[in-house]
Design a protein around this ligand. Sequence first.
Ligand SMILES: Cc1ncc(C[n+]2csc(CCOP(=O)(O)OP(=O)(O)O)c2C)c(N)n1
Ligand SMILES: [Mg+2]
Length: 558
Amino acid sequence: MAVMAGKRAFLELLKQEGVDVIFGNPGTTELPLMDALAVEPKLRYVLALQEAAVMAMADGYAQASGRLAVVNVHVTPGLGNAMGMLYDAQKAGSPILVTAGQHDQSFTATEPILWGDLPPIARPLVKWSSEVQRLVDLPRAIHRAAKTALAPPTGPVFLSLPGDVLTSEADIDLGKPTRVAPGMCGDATAIEAAAALLLKAERPVIMAGDAVAQSRAHPEIVKLAELLGAPVYPEGVASTASFPSSHPLFKGPVTRLAPTLRAMLEQHDLLFSVGGDLFTMSLPSDVDPMPPGLPIVHIDTDPWELGKNYPADVAILGDPKPTLAELLTAIEASMTAAQRAAARARSETTRAQIAADLAKLRARAKAEAEITPIRPLALMHAIGETLPPETIVIEEALSSNPGLRQFLRSDDPQSFFGLRGGGIGWGLPAAIGAKLAMPDRPVVGIIGDGSSLYTIQALWTAAHEDVAVVFVILNNASYRILKQRANNMRGHAAQTDLYVGMDLVNPRVDFVGLARSLGVAAERATTIAEAMALLRRGLAGKSPLLIDVQMDTAFKPA
Ligand SMILES: Cc1ncc(C[n+]2csc(CCOP(=O)(O)OP(=O)(O)O)c2C)c(N)n1
Ligand SMILES: [Mg+2]
C-alpha cells in the first residue's frame, strides 16, 4: 500500500496494464491527468485535435497491435464527438479503454457546464460503462476495464473519472492485471460434427472473418481450405486480412448486395463461416441472401453472431486458431481416399477459375492505366504492384475499392485494416494509430476525399508526432458512392441528373494546401505514374506525405 494521488494511481495502473500511449484531447476536467503526465516519462500522450480523430487513432492502434489502447476525452461534448468512431471501434471489436474527465462529484448536483451523466451515453457502444466514485475503487475499475476490453470477444469499455477521484489522495493497493486466456478451443463433439458435415459437402465455401486474423489463424485456415479444395471469401464487411490475399484459393470480396451474394452461395452445398458475419448488408432486398436449406457450420468468438440471422447446423464457440487445428485433425483422421481425390479436383478447378478471373481483372486495370483522369481500378492495381508486401494498408476507399483486395499482397494478419463499422472519417486517423503501433512497417492510408474531411485535422497529429504515414487521398470531388446509389434508384436524381449534397465542388477542396497548413508535406498527382512516384517517395521517407490523387469523377456505369 502507498499513499498516492488518484491521478498518479491512474497512470501507474495503465502502466501495469502494459499501456504506453494515451490518445486524448484535454479540457479543464482532464487537467489533473495532464498535470500528472508532466512528470511521467513512460507514457506518451498523443494529442489529436478533435475527439473523432482521437478515437479512430486509438482504434487503428488497438487493431494493428492487438493491445489495449487508451483514450481520454473531455466530458459530455468530448465523448459525444467520439461516439461515431466509438461505434466503428465496437463493430471492429477493438480493445480500447475510453475514459472521460468528469466534474467533481460534489459539484455535479448544480449541473456545471459540460456536465452530463456519462456512462449511459457510452453504454450502447461498449462492453462495460461506469463511473469511478471513490479513489479506493480506481484499481479495481481500471483492471476490470482492461480485462474486459481484452477478453474475447474483445471490444471497447468506458470509464468516467470525476475530478475529485483524480485529485484526492489515499493509501491504495494498486492490485494487478488479469488476462482471460484467449485461446479457447471449441467443443470437441461439435468439432466432430463439423468435420462430418465438411467431409460430406461436395462444393463447400469458406467465409473467413476478422476473428481469423485476430487469432492469427492463417496457417490453420489455409491448410483447411487446401484440404477441402474450397474457395475462401473474406466476410461481408471485411476489415482485416482474414486470409492471405496472394493464396490461389482467395476469391476476393463478396458483394453486399443480396441477389449477388445469393447467386454466389447457390453454387455451394455448404457454408463454413469462421468468424464471418452472416450477413451485414448495406441495402434491404426482396431476395434473401441465404439460399434456403444451405447447411451452415459456424465458428465464432462471439456467441451473439452464431445463428444470429440463419440457423447454424453446427455452431461452435471458440477461438479460430485452436478450434481449426482440432477440426483439421478430425477431418484428416476420417477423410477417405475418394474424398481426398474429390477435394484435389475441386481445388484445381477453383484455383484455375480464380486465376482466370484475376487475370481478367488485371487486364482491365492495365488497359486503363494511361487514362486520365485516373480510373479507380487502374489506381488500385498500380498501388497493389507498388506496395512492398510488408506494408500495412488502411482502407477507406468506398466506391474506389473494387479490385484492391485482390491486387494487394496482404498476406499476414496485420497487413490490412478496413472500415468495419461504416462510420466514415475513420481511415485517416486510424492509419496514424496503426503506424504508432507498428513503427517498423510502412503504413499507407487509401482514403476517399469525402471520408478524409471528417477527421482531416488528424494530419496535424501526423506532423506533430512525425508519423511517416502515406495518405493517398482519392479526390473525386464527390460522395461518389452516394451518387452511384442514387443513380441506381432511378428516381428524380437520375432523371434530372441532380445529386443534391453529393458534390464537393465550388470550391473544390485544396488538399495539398490543407495538408501543408497542418504541417504535412503534400503533392498532387494527375496520372498514375505521378501517383506511384509519389507513393514510392512517401514509402522511402521518414515523415508523413499526402498524395492528392485527381480521380475520374464519373459514377454512372459505362
Ligand atoms: C459518419 C458518417 N457520415 C456519413 C456517412 C454516409 N456516407 C457513406 S459513404 C459517404 C461518402 C464517402 O465519400 P468519399 O470518401 O469521397 O468516397 P467516394 O464515395 O467518393 O468513393 C457518405 C457521406 C457515413 N457512412 N458515415
Ligand atoms: Mg469521394
